[in-house]
Design a protein around this ligand. Structure first.
Ligand SMILES: O=C(O)CCC(=O)C(=O)O
Length: 379
């Protein structure tokens, strides 16, 4: 009798295991069978939890993955150089647009200088760094090369690997220019605040087999930088440091052999986490250095206010200046979305940057409930 009951129980539990396995496999099959762009929608039907579905890799991420070499280098050093992102034609388009807006360039003088006088970073002591912004809103075709950085096929894999699907443009991007003799920029960023606390808003983390950056930067080099020229400089591995960075290192006065100035060609992009201690060396090259800085954050995180602020905190504008958004492609447009969780109908860039992945619409009964409770479409 006991043996009969035990055998029946064993059969039942085996059937449960088989049923559960079949359910799991049919979910997997459903996902595999559907076209890549439908996978978000299919996963809703399969009942996968919202967060897992929205935060997981997008269909196509595997084919456009960052190489193991670059993953190793990024995790170890806090940056990686992506070669040949922009062609000679692209570079011409960038430079033509900049030259056409040269009257908008501002040089940092007086209080706006970025280095203390007579220090290794202060250059000739007179020539300041030059800054230019607003290019996402320039008249076509001048805005086009700058907009292409937002969803570029050679860069999206790094954004998905390091920031996650649904990544967003965090800051207003900036063009930095240094004429010969120009000062640098004291080292900043870093994993540890001067108080000794963790600098989590810039945080770099590795958990559950994934790297994540709360603020990822692109230094898009529009001109060549040779070894010893100066320009962008980074303390390798400093994104994992737990100690306050001493002022003598920030001012490039001590242990300078640990600060690395990569030699790069025009068209290369240095992808780095703002959790590294990094800055700029004075410019010793022969011609003007031009470098674009873009910063990206995960879908639900924001550092800057540019995405939602018209300057008046009492009346925040819903989005970036209209001129930035007009005429953008769908993929570029979704990178400009304000911060919110990907599960809330966030449109994401496709892994090959050819368009967007739209999530399955949020279920009508949930939307109805939110409208009833919050008088709005979303909580
Ligand atoms: O000069 C550079 O490329 C680095 C500039 C920088 O770190 C910054 O603007 O935050």
């Amino acid at each position: 009798m006991f043996r009969t009951v035990a055998a029946a129980l064993a059969r039942r539990s085996a059937r449960h295991v088989v049923d559960a396995t079949e359910r799991r496999f049919s979910r997997f099959d459903a996902l595999r069978r559907c076209r890549a762009s439908d996978a978000f929608a299919a996963s809703t039907r399969a009942g996968m939890c919202h967060d897992a579905r929205a935060l997981g890799p997008l269909p196509g991420d595997a084919e456009h993955a960052v190489s193991d070499v670059d993953k190793f280098l990024f995790d170890t050093n806090g940056f990686v150089v992506v070669k040949d992102v922009f062609s000679k034609d692209d570079l011409h388009a960038f430079h033509d647009a900049i030259d056409a807006h040269a009257h908008l360039i501002h040089e940092r003088k007086g209080q706006l200088r970025l280095t203390a006088a007579k220090t290794p970073l202060s250059g000739d002591g007179k020539t300041g760094r030059k800054d230019l912004a607003g290019f996402l809103g320039w008249q076509k075709p001048h805005c086009d090369p700058f907009r292409s950085v937002l969803a570029h096929p050679k860069l999206v894999p790094y954004l998905h690997e390091l920031v996650g699907p649904g990544y967003r443009l965090d800051h207003n991007p900036l063009l930095i220019m240094q004429d010969p003799g120009a000062e640098g920029f004291e080292f900043h960023g870093g994993s540890t605040l001067d108080s000794g606390d963790w600098n989590h808003p810039l945080g770099y983390d590795f958990r559950h087999g994934k790297m994540r950056c709360n603020l990822l930067a692109f230094a898009v080099h529009l001109t060549d930088v040779k070894e010893g020229d100066g320009g962008f400089c980074i303390v390798r591995g400093s994104h994992k440091s737990n100690y306050v960075c001493p002022p003598s290192i920030k001012r490039y006065e001590e242990a300078t052999e640990h600060s690395y100035q990569p030699a790069v060609n025009a068209g290369d992009v240095v992808v780095f986490t703002e959790a590294t201690t990094h800055g700029t060396l004075p410019w010793r090259g022969d011609a003007q250095r031009r470098n674009l800085i873009y910063r990206f954050s995960p879908a639900n995180i924001s550092y800057g206010r540019g995405a939602m602020d018209d300057g008046s905190y009492l009346a925040p504008a819903p989005n970036w200046p209209r001129s930035y958004l007009e005429g953008m492609s769908e993929a570029q447009r979704c990178v400009m979305a304000p911060p919110y969780h990907p599960r809330l109908n966030r449109v994401a860039v496709k892994p090959d940057a050819s368009g967007v992945v739209k999530p399955a619409p949020r279920e009508a009964h949930k939307v109805d409930f939110d409208r009833a409770v919050f008088k709005a479409d979303y909580f």
